[in-house]
Design a protein around this ligand. Structure first.
Ligand SMILES: Nc1ncnc2c1ncn2[C@@H]1O[C@H](COP(=O)(O)OP(=O)(O)OP(=O)(O)O)[C@@H](O)[C@H]1O
Length: 328
């Protein structure tokens, strides 16, 4: 295994604000690695430091062994970047946008032409090569940006929120491209996202990041298995009372989130009737009950006591979150 990206104790401060706080990880060649976290968690700042666009306050980062502070040119040659801000020229055609980028990287004319055709085919835009970008949909623009990011044959690709604002179908489509790319070209991909499903479907490993710190790092499977089996969610106005009576030994964890009691357990189907019976016995009104397999949302909730989307949907939402670890 070859290390493509090495990050050690990387930190970025903006005056008093610690945007990235002593994070460390390694990414192998060919791996798809996700930085998953809510808005403001420090994902973009991390990518910007790795892409030599911002100087770290302290710590070390290397891309293909090249130090991001000491060998900016070396790092830039090794990486392709697709950041959040749209950076295509709307008035130029797809081919012209690619060509312009190729010239910036001084790729010789013949090779440039060849690669432009190859990459536009890869992202299924070859037929639209001579159309101006203004006429492209959001998904087509993203695909073109990805193709452009690959023109100088980088071995590492940075994708900042690659499917932000795209509809579910286009998002799915793009995930397939990204997965194919990494496999066929053995490119390491580091992407940021706050879409759980994106991280789950695409990434070999995920670092969950919150307030500039990595709070969990593993494969999606291991992260979800770490929750401890299935989850039963009970909505009830009497969530405090419910949490006190649910003390069976097969409950591995219990949390209250807003007016929901969430219990983790193995084989939820076998125990659901006991849960309902116990709540009935104590005359606890139940609005709804559901069983589901753990998702990355549950992992995030379990580590932080909050949902990943909360900050996005309503920053002022107040939450009452209690954590109560129960016996194993
Ligand atoms: N140039 C800057 N000056 C001051 N503060 C900044 C700057 N860039 C980012 N920050 C702050 O650093 C923190 C991390 O921001 P960052 O953009 O890295 O988060 P993020 O996880 O990428 O979120 P998003 O998904 O919203 O981009 C935030 O509190 C942000 O306001």
């Amino acid at each position: 295994m070859t290390t493509a990206i090495l990050v050690k104790d990387l930190t970025k401060k903006f005056n008093d604000l610690v945007a990235v706080n002593h994070i460390s990880f390694e990414i192998e060649q060919g791996e798809i690695f996700g930085l998953l976290g809510p808005n403001g968690a420090g994902k973009t700042t991390t990518l910007s430091m790795l892409a030599t666009m911002q100087k770290p306050t302290s710590g070390l980062a290397t891309i293909q062994g090249k130090n991001v502070e000491k060998d900016e040119d070396g790092v830039r040659k090794a990486i392709g970047i697709v950041f959040q801000d749209q950076s295509l020229d709307e008035e130029l055609t797809a081919g012209e946008n690619m060509d312009f980028h190729g010239r910036l990287y001084r790729i010789p004319t013949e090779i440039r032409k060849q690669r432009i055709d190859e990459l536009l085919r890869l992202v299924e835009l070859h037929e639209r090569k001579n159309d101006i970008v203004k006429t492209f949909s959001g998904g087509m623009r993203r695909r073109l940006e990805i193709a452009r990011g690959l023109l100088h044959h980088p071995s590492v690709l940075f994708l900042d929120e690659p499917t932000l604002g795209l509809d579910p179908q286009t998002r799915n489509h793009l995930w397939q491209y990204i997965a194919t790319l990494s496999k066929e070209k053995n490119i390491s991909i580091i992407l940021t996202t706050h879409y759980m499903e994106e991280a789950d479907r695409l990434c070999d490993r995920i670092a969950i990041i919150d307030h500039g710190t990595i709070i969990a790092l593993d494969t999606p499977e291991n992260l979800k298995n770490g929750i401890g089996g299935d989850i039963i969610t009970i909505s009830t106005p009497e969530f405090e009372k419910a949490s006190k009576i649910l003390t069976e030994p097969w409950i591995t964890n219990l949390e209250i989130y807003n007016d929901e009691v969430r219990i983790s357990l193995q084989n939820a189907e076998q125990h659901i009737s006991e849960v309902i019976t116990a709540l009935n016995q104590y005359q606890i009104p139940v609005t709804s009950v559901s069983i589901h397999k753990p998702t990355l949302e549950d992992v995030f909730l379990s580590y932080t006591g909050k949902k990943i989307r909360d900050e996005e949907t309503d920053k002022k939402e107040t939450m009452r979150v209690h954590h109560r670890m129960v016996r194993h």
